[in-house]
Design a protein around this ligand. Structure first.
Ligand code: RNT
Ligand code: ZN
Length: 419
């Protein structure tokens, strides 16, 4: 181990211990928290189907940085690079249209675990857990903006079948890997302008969801999540699956609620929602993202919003009950770097929260709000960087910005050869 890193760590350890905080314990907890990396950052939410769909559902990935993954093998290679730069053991979040269809046109209502066998064996080899999502966008049958809540029964049926198959694929992944898969349903359904009927689509959505979840699947293999949203591009005036809709659905049907950081009013964070919904739900899923003025899915940075989310997880001991996934897609920078930056930030936020929580909680419990505020502010300049560097070094991943040199060299030798 690098001598300076160790020296700085032992000084930091002492500093924290003087404050009654065990930094080694914080690192132990951190090492048990998996982050689910979203495969779709690697190719701008493109997928590997063979019928040339374009990105739909109001999702937009802007930028044309060269080198995006064009095949499953390229995407896996890029992911391996990213995982090698991130401390800890993590997960991969796959979307249904990333299946391997062998050049055939396999429609969404025809997908099976077979189409994901390479992903599963790759995940096994790399010790990764898998999560899954039905892809209810970028398809002719979602082109008019409706899927599970469509007025046309045959279209609803098509998407119900897709979601049923997605859960089965999730269960197959959970079984093969011995790690529970979370299958998250997000649909784009909504309207650009003011609808006359908001109730009809919502009633149909509830009915479709009930049909999808009818078959019981062991929660050891697969857990179902539903993801609300306030508005989207093209669904500014009405989103069928709103927050209230899915909160009620998740509580009454015992499903996980997925809170996406970009899915609320621009000044509304998800951190404060966590302990509220956790009163009624055993587990929830997060889509950690960063909206800039709108749900723009910028790369997650270490800002106050992220710290607030991490604090809510850690301070309440929700590490096992709040499952963390990332959801952003920036096509304007190196995509391996985008994964690395966002995931390392998520982990750093958790570490900072782990290191400061004991301190601040004690003051609050004693009713001493002066001390709480003083310590909250002092915590901002405590040497968490030394603890983070030590963690990276001890997990065998690059310390500080050294990961960037590896991304640059990967870009030179691999990514720049694509196109
Ligand atoms: C869209 C949702 C959804 C998607 C992914 C690709 O607003 O956030 O989670 O980003 O399924
Ligand atoms: Zn999301």
């Amino acid at each position: 181990m690098n001598n300076n890193i160790e020296k700085s760590f032992s000084l930091a350890l002492e500093r924290y211990s003087d404050l009654g905080v065990d930094a080694n314990r914080a690192l132990k907890i951190l090492s048990t928290i998996p982050i689910s990396l979203h495969c779709w950052q690697g190719d701008d939410v493109g997928g590997f189907e063979n019928f040339g769909g374009t990105l739909g559902g109001g999702l937009v990935a802007t930028g044309n940085y060269p080198g995006k993954a064009r095949t499953p093998d390229e995407l896996r290679a890029d992911l391996e690079k990213a995982y090698s730069l991130i401390p800890g053991k993590h997960r991969l979040n796959l979307h249904a249209f990333y299946g391997e269809f062998g050049g055939k046109k396999v429609d969404r209502d025809e997908i099976t675990p077979e189409h994901f066998k390479n992903w599963i064996s790759w995940a096994k080899k790399n010790g990764l857990g898998l999560d899954f999502n039905p892809t209810c966008f970028s398809h002719p049958k979602s082109a008019d903006g409706f899927t599970l809540s469509h007025a046309d029964k045959s279209i609803r049926k098509f998407w119900i079948e897709h979601c049923i198959r997605s859960r089965e694929i999730g269960a197959a992944m959970g079984k093969a890997l011995g790690k529970t898969c979370v299958t998250n349903v997000w649909i784009p359904d909504g309207m650009k302008d003011t609808p006359a009927d908001r109730n009809g689509p919502r009633a149909r959505l509830a009915e479709s969801l009930d049909a999808i979840f009818k078959k019981a699947i062991s929660p050891k293999l697969n857990l179902d999540a539903v993801e609300p949203k306030l508005f989207g591009i093209g669904s500014e005036s009405f989103v069928v699956g709103s927050h209230e809709f899915y909160l009620g659905y998740a509580v009454s049907r015992k499903k996980l609620l997925c809170l996406d950081a970009g899915h609320y009013h621009p000044t509304e964070g998800i951190a404060d929602k966590i302990s509220s919904v956790m009163q009624y739900l055993p587990e929830i899923l997060l889509h950690v993202s960063r909206g800039v003025r709108w749900d723009s899915d910028h790369v997650v940075i270490l800002n106050d919003d992220l710290l607030a989310i991490a604090r809510e997880i850690v301070a309440n001991g929700f590490e096992k009950r709040v499952l963390i996934g990332l959801d952003y897609f920036d096509a304007s920078i190196n995509r391996v770097a985008a994964w690395t930056i966002g995931t390392r930030n998520m982990l750093r936020a958790l570490l900072i929260a782990l290191l400061e929580t004991p301190l601040i909680r004690t003051a609050e419990a004693a009713g001493d709000f002066t001390t709480r505020l003083a310590l909250q502010e002092e915590a901002k300049s405590l040497p968490f960087g030394a603890v983070w560097d030590f963690y990276c070094e001890s997990q065998g991943v690059p310390v500080g910005d050294h990961w960037l040199a590896e991304v640059k060299s990967y870009e030179k030798t691999v990514l720049s050869k694509r196109n």
